[in-house]
Design a binder for this molecule. Structure first.
Ligand code: SF4
Ligand code: SF4
Length: 117
């Protein structure tokens, strides 16, 4: 069974994705492409597209609910790494459930993760 995120992408098209500017500074070890960000405030950047009324990250390659991939997955912002899919680690993820609901997708259940069901 494919990982549910591979056919979703909802969270990348629901929330503003902000990050500390250092995450896009190679001299400080930051790997997020600066060109894909915009200035949010004195200390933070936002992934382009996620500060819109209908957010959608510029790095997202997806047809929400059908297929999804992050085109900068190995160097995505830290906040992106912190969003777990519901029940992937045995607990509900409010962000996952909310994002999926925004896009008309049902919330994941333990049955979506056979090893834990
Ligand atoms: S909303 Fe949930 S299932 Fe969808 S991509 Fe994000 S974490 Fe994965
Ligand atoms: S950087 Fe990647 S994981 Fe983060 S919101 Fe954009 S597409 Fe999603």
């Amino acid at each position: 069974m494919a990982h549910p995120c591979m056919s979703c992408g909802a969270c990348c098209a629901t929330f503003r994705v902000s990050l500390h500017w250092s995450e896009a500074d190679p001299e400080l070890g930051g790997g997020v492409p600066e060109a894909l960000t915009e200035r949010l405030d004195a200390h933070r950047l936002a992934m382009r597209g996620t500060w819109e009324k209908q957010p959608r990250c510029v790095a997202l390659d997806a047809d929400i609910g059908r297929y999804s991939r992050c085109t900068i997955h190995p160097v995505r912002p830290s906040v992106c790494r912190e969003v777990d899919a519901s029940w992937e680690y045995g607990v509900v993820s409010a962000q996952c459930d909310k994002a999926r609901a925004v896009h008309g997708l049902r919330a994941l259940t333990p049955q979506d993760w056979p090893a834990q069901a």
